[in-house]
Design a protein around this ligand. Structure first.
Ligand code: GTP
Ligand code: MG
Length: 301
């Protein structure tokens, strides 16, 4: 199972290190009132029930300055390349340019994030700000306090943060921790055409598992699944408008490619399955190397 990296980001002194310690349930990172206490990313491996093994990564504040400070900021932000989820921490109702920068970096990298308003013992998040952020970023905004003696607002508890983390990951994974077969491809209202030849190679009386998984994924996302044999494809493409994608059995890929117009993306069940199960970027890089191979025997599975 993939180990998830969860990064904690924010300005200096907002309580990032305090938060990693609370989530991990132990003193992982040094906490101090001195701004700029954390200099290098601090990692802690832990198991989150419902997510599996995770690395929590505490980072240096993104508002550090000076030659050394800028190097720290660079290192904090570079970790965005390896994180699967970001916790963006802010305090005192100050969600400004720094926080916006982190959020837009995560959006660019396709990293989901949760917003945590810390220091709730000092002041609660204003409901107008919470609403604004929820609407703008379509994500959880949690009012929280890392101060042990704090009288917390109703429902403010570390379990709220854990629950939000689990929800973020469950949206993008099935219960085995894999991405669903059409992850990120199918959205509500999309029409996807599946080409499933029923020939001598097809099992009797049923569809094969990747086909079933793909149809189910479209239904889960409230899209429309249109399933045809290769012979019916051309007619279907003519009669149905706004098709998002065609996905075919690999055996007939060539024939199907001749029929599908260039503006409709075409994929195969095998490629989608490989994408959902493993390091797809590595597969693609491997594929690019095929042209560089010397003559000989090449076996790939
Ligand atoms: N009152 C209050 N104090 C907090 C809270 N969270 C953290 N602190 C205090 O704020 C100070 C900074 O906390 P840290 O966890 O070190 O903050 P940080 O974001 O890791 O700071 P840097 O490592 O400097 O970037 C410490 O004195 C903490 O005890 C909170 O929710 N409420
Ligand atoms: Mg710190």
């Amino acid at each position: 199972m993939k180990i998830r990296n969860i990064g904690i980001y924010g300005r200096r002194n907002v309580g990032k290190s305090s938060l990693i310690n609370i989530i991990a349930g132990q003193q992982v990172a040094i906490v101090d009132s001195l701004a700029g206490t954390t200099t290098d990313p601090v990692r802690k491996r832990m198991e989150i029930y419902g997510v599996g093994p995770c690395n929590l990564i505490d980072t240096a504040g993104v508002d550090d300055y000076g030659t050394l400070g800028e190097k720290r900021v660079g290192k904090s932000l570079a970790s965005a390349d390896e994180v699967d989820l970001a916790l963006i921490v802010f305090k005192w109702n100050c969600f400004g340019e720094e926080e916006e920068k982190i959020a837009s970096l995560m959006e660019t990298k396709g990293v989901p994030f949760i917003l945590i308003h810390n220091f709730a013992d000092y002041e609660n998040i204003e409901s107008a700000l919470a609403e604004k952020l929820k609407n703008r970023y379509k994500t959880d905004v949690i009012d929280f306090s890392c101060k042990p003696s704090a009288i917390l607002p109703a429902g403010s508890n570390v379990s709220d943060i854990i629950d939000a983390i689990v929800r973020k990951f469950s949206k993008e994974t099935d219960r085995f921790g894999n991405r669903t077969i059409l992850q990120g491809i199918v959205n509500q209202g999309d029409k996807i055409v599946f080409v499933c030849p029923v020939d001598s190679e097809a099992p009797s009386g049923r569809l094969i598992l990747p086909q079933v998984m793909a149809i189910r994924d479209v239904l889960d996302n409230h899209g429309t699944a249109i399933t045809v044999q290769p012979q019916e494809l051309a007619r279907t493409l003519q009669s149905v408008s706004d098709i998002k994608m065609v996905i075919t059995d690999s055996q007939v890929f060539g024939d199907v490619a001749n029929v599908v117009p260039e503006d409709i993306p075409l994929g195969s069940f095998s490629i989608l399955l490989a994408r959902s199960k493993g390091p797809f970027e590595s597969y693609l890089n491997g594929l690019r190397q095929i042209d560089n191979l010397c003559e000989g025997i090449f076996i790939a599975e």
